[in-house]
Design a protein around this ligand. Structure first.
Ligand code: GDP
Ligand code: MN
Length: 398
């Protein structure tokens, strides 16, 4: 789960990492109030879960109230790289003397934590890595060893922080690590970690996190009260929300064929098969969602899944693809019929079963003689049929 900058900076501040004063605002009236409180000049920053906002015109320095309102009215309706702006952060402007880059992320190949850092920050780290690969340091924090202040000091020195900044950089590295570890993050990135202050006054200079990007490990949500405080009321998809309330792995894709399967790999192949069928048939029909019912799915799980998928008004047909392992196809079949009993409706379902209790499952479906339930032997055939039925239903409606 990715956080907005305004949420990420809260987690940094909780660890005692210096961040500029800032207020999140969602309309120009709130922006004006926030800017008056923060003081001028201040920075108006688009809140979107994507980087390169500065280059896209989503970060602007303003010098008075009128300018703040003008920029708010320009930035709030923006869509940056396909992401609708959710609001803006009104942040205290700092005088930047130098920009560093530091991130901590999970390194799957070395099974530990990657610290990526450069003392030549400022531009995007990808660009620095391309043009000056020697300037980008890649260090590691062991998964089992202790990362303490001494280790952080050694790391700060090897990254190449200026002498005057080494001690403060070490403190920030250590706090970043605590932020990463305590929040079950997969990424904590500060870019820029800026040296700020008055160039002529040595004592005014300090390091400050001017931008923050944090991703949390969704599998650890249960240890953090489901991260309710990071709920996104603006962008939340009602179907995704309902699915997560039932503990289902659902992603809304906005096509016409609902897809339900067990196991992420099987569901993804099913999505491909549906997209391929839609293209082949020349209808452009596409999957409406990803929904993985997981292993050992019960009647209950199947019922909730169908409820959610069928409540999507864009859905014209549903492809159910289950390879019974722990999951019994018999249970899935019962769930399908119970759901249809409860939900009524007349959208066609195409079912493909294989593996554990597939024959029993198919027998139960056949015995119901429900005209909306179709059975196919292979995944390809089922995807083709589901795509064709969806296109026909759409056509009939048009
Ligand atoms: P990003 O483009 O999405 O990474 O957004 P950032 O928050 O990193 O902002 C982009 C750039 O705007 C930074 O690299 C800075 O150069 C500049 N910037 C952000 N905050 C301030 C500030 O307080 N003062 C000044 N002078 N520049 C800022
Ligand atoms: Mn940045």
């Amino acid at each position: 789960m990715d956080l907005y900058e305004y949420q990420a900076r809260e987690l940094l501040a909780e660890q005692g990492i210096p961040t500029p004063d800032a207020i999140f605002a969602q309309n120009s009236h709130e922006v004006a109030q926030a800017a008056d409180r923060i003081g001028y000049p201040c920075v108006i920053k688009a809140q979107v879960k994507i980087g390169h906002r500065g280059q896209a015109g989503g970060v602007k320095l303003v010098h008075d109230r009128d300018e703040a309102i003008l920029e708010a009215e320009r930035i709030l309706p923006m869509t940056i790289h396909g992401h609708k702006v959710s609001g803006v952060l009104v942040a205290e402007a700092k005088n930047i003397l130098h920009e560093y880059y530091v991130s901590i992320s999970v390194d799957r190949s070395s099974r530990d934590f990657d610290v990526l850092a450069t003392a030549n920050g400022g531009t995007e780290v990808e660009q620095i890595a391309r043009e000056h690969p020697e300037a980008v340091k890649r260090l590691h924090i062991g998964a089992l060893g202790e990362f303490d202040i001494d280790a952080a000091r050694r790391m700060a020195e090897s990254i190449g922080f200026y002498h005057a900044d080494v001690e403060q950089a070490a403190q920030i590295l250590l706090k970043m690590w605590h932020c990463f570890r305590d929040n079950d993050a997969t990424l904590v990135e500060i870019n820029p970690l800026a040296k700020i202050g008055d160039p002529d006054d040595e004592s005014s200079k300090s390091l400050c996190a001017l931008d923050a990007k944090i991703s949390l490990d969704g599998n650890a949500a249960f240890r953090h009260d489901g991260w309710a405080r990071f709920d996104d009321p603006v962008q939340a998809d009602p179907f995704e929300r309902q699915a997560s309330e039932h503990g289902l792995h659902y992603v809304h894709l906005h096509g016409e064929v609902g897809v339900i399967g067990n196991g992420a790999g099987l569901v993804m192949s099913s999505l491909d098969a549906v997209s391929g069928a839609g293209e082949e048939q020349g209808t452009g029909v596409r999957p409406a969602n990803f929904l993985d019912i997981g292993g050992g799915a019960s009647v209950e799980v199947m019922r909730h899944s169908l409820e959610i998928v069928l409540s999507d008004p864009q859905v014209e047909s549903v492809f159910i693809n289950v390879y019974g392992g722990i999951t019994s196809c018999e249970q899935v079949a019962r769930g399908i019929l119970e759901a249809l009993d409860e939900l009524g409706g007349a959208k066609p379902l195409v079912v493909r079963f294989d593996g554990n209790a597939a024959a029993e499952g198919l027998r139960i479906l056949a015995a119901s003689s429900n005209p909306n339930v179709h059975v196919c032997e292979t995944m390809e055939q089922a995807a083709q049929l589901a795509a064709r039925l969806a296109a026909e239903a759409k056509e009939a409606r048009a």
